[in-house]
Ligand binder design. Sequence first.
Ligand SMILES: NC(=O)c1ccc[n+]([C@@H]2O[C@H](COP(=O)([O-])OP(=O)(O)OC[C@H]3O[C@@H](n4cnc5c(N)ncnc54)[C@H](OP(=O)(O)O)[C@@H]3O)[C@@H](O)[C@H]2O)c1
Length: 279
Amino acid sequence: MQAMPAPPPDRLTVLITGASSGIGEALARCFARDGHRLLLVARRAGHLQALADALRRDHGVVAEAWPADLARPEGVTALLEALKRKRRRVDVLVNNAGVLAQGAFAVQPAAGQQALIDLNVSAPTALLAALLPGMRRRGFGRVLNVASIAAFQAVPGLATYAASKAFMLSLTESLAEELRGSGVTATALCPGITATGMLDRAAAANRRLAALPGFVIGDVDAVAEAGYRGCLAGAVIVVPGLVNQAAMLAAGSTPRWLLRRVTGALGRRLDTDNPQGRR
Ligand SMILES: NC(=O)c1ccc[n+]([C@@H]2O[C@H](COP(=O)([O-])OP(=O)(O)OC[C@H]3O[C@@H](n4cnc5c(N)ncnc54)[C@H](OP(=O)(O)O)[C@@H]3O)[C@@H](O)[C@H]2O)c1
């Protein structure tokens, strides 16, 4: 029988990337509500400071703004050095910061693809490599990697984004096994389409996305709550929402060739305004 992970201590120090908006901000509210200390990371220092002030005021927790540009390797290094210098121990790492690039791969600027990989793949990997050893030594830790339902299959029209999320899902599953019994757990949160700034920007560039029916769009607080609970409980994969869970079940029993034909056809339907993927 599998041993249950150790219950979390009462007061954890939680580092959340991409905490200035959307799912990251909603996750910060979940952790703060239960009294945990927050290190809030993103580029927009003003947003982070306003959130830190609100969390301190509303929940009486320690919350600090740690501005950093994680798409730049030197931004990640500076953040890690500052954590060391200020002797901040991280009990929970939430790798949430991410960007989306829509449109056909062949017409996207190479620099944009690389920046997406730097933020969605390289930064979380570097943070994990730096922070996991300490968690293991202390015998307790939680990792929450924000992937996507796009991690489960190819998504033509979102090729690099979907590949970056598949990386996060695969990495999480491997880590979860490697860490079994260590007191440290790894969770992949795989939301479907969720009402955040990311969706607003994608819909502004593609009016067919703006016309999606409401029932397929997840509520940001519900998505964060599912991720928060799954993370503390040590679940390996969390797919919030019945619609997304049904889609995952269907995808799991569909041959991959058929799945990519279907996602390809859907992608082309969504992109008929702009078949070349220009934004
Ligand atoms: N919304 C969806 O439909 C959906 C679905 C599945 C998965 N997800 C995933 O959920 C995560 C959060 O996205 P969201 O929907 O909440 O979108 P969002 O509101 O746009 O949040 C993205 C966050 O990432 C931060 N960020 C962007 N570039 C950064 C950089 N270079 N360095 C540091 N931080 C950076 C942003 O802050 P700054 O701009 O202040 O840096 C912001 O806090 C992403 O990983 C996304 O892929 C979203």
